[in-house]
Design a protein. Structure first.
Length: 246
């Protein structure tokens, strides 16, 4: 099939960007969206045009780097799917496809479709870890954990830190990301001694990075490729309130 791509091109964060149009011919329905972009980049390079800058790494939906807005939706039209796992069979011959970077104050555009997401790293550095002595693997196996808590912790731990939740939110809120990271530890005994402190530090870092507040529109949950539930935001709020009582 042939498709018409409208891609955001921007040299760096100091100059204005614009959409450029490219016709991509002979796209296989079995190609991933990333493979299609690679094919276009090879054609651009042959013509002496600078290839489109975009991020990807694992191509398995686990690293969270392949972040782009496709036809207005972070990661594109398929629910619960990262851009790298989106296939061209989801599009039709002759389709016009608009590809843009994440747009959020806290994620400045570095080039074309690449944004700076180190704000997430700084939030994790503020408290997204367990620093108490949890013993060895055998000790962990001796700790009885209710299956419901273990399952919920694993659900939260699926967050790959892609930032789609922020890109979808009208407030540019990072609450879904932070709530997943806080919850994955707070639900397990090893993470509980520091749970309230962790929530306070990560929320403070989130605010300092310029992310907005949550106003319960649930767009974050709707675009999350790992289908992280907005229920975790309630869990984050409960952990945060504990810090105010302490
Ligand atoms: S909560 Fe979902 S959308 Fe947000 S960073 Fe994690 S995986 Fe990505
Ligand atoms: S390239 Fe790793 S999640 Fe898409």
């Amino acid at each position: 099939m042939d498709i018409i791509l409208h891609v955001w091109r921007q040299k760096n964060c100091h100059v204005k960007g614009h959409l450029e149009t490219y016709k991509v011919a002979n796209v296989s329905a079995d190609m991933s969206f990333i493979e299609m972009l690679d094919m276009l980049n090879a054609q651009l390079t042959e013509k002496g045009i600078e290839p489109i800058a975009f991020e990807c790494d694992c191509l398995e939906g686990i690293c969270g780097t392949c972040s782009m807005v496709i036809n207005g939706k972070p990661h594109g039209p398929e629910s619960g799917t990262t851009t790298c796992q989106l296939h061209m069979r989801k599009f039709k011959d002759g389709d016009h496809i608009f590809v843009e970077p994440w747009r959020s104050k806290a994620f400045p555009i570095l080039k074309d479709l690449v944004v700076q997401r180190s704000a997430f790293d700084r939030i994790m550095q503020a408290g997204g870890f367990v620093s108490v002595n949890t013993g060895g693997a055998r000790d962990a196996n001796n700790l009885l954990i209710p299956k419901e808590s273990a399952d919920l912790a694993m659900d939260a731990a699926q967050c790959i830190g892609c930032g789609a939740c922020v890109a979808a939110c009208k407030n540019g809120s990072a609450m879904l990301f932070v709530s997943a990271k806080v919850s994955q530890f707070a639900l397990l005994p090893q993470g509980q001694p520091e749970a309230a402190r962790r929530a306070a530090l990560m929320v403070e870092a989130m605010d300092n990075e310029g992310f907005g507040n949550c106003t319960n529109t649930y767009d974050c949950e709707g675009v999350c490729p790992k289908e992280i539930s907005a229920d975790f935001i309630a869990k984050l709020n409960r952990e945060f309130i504990k810090t105010k009582r302490a």
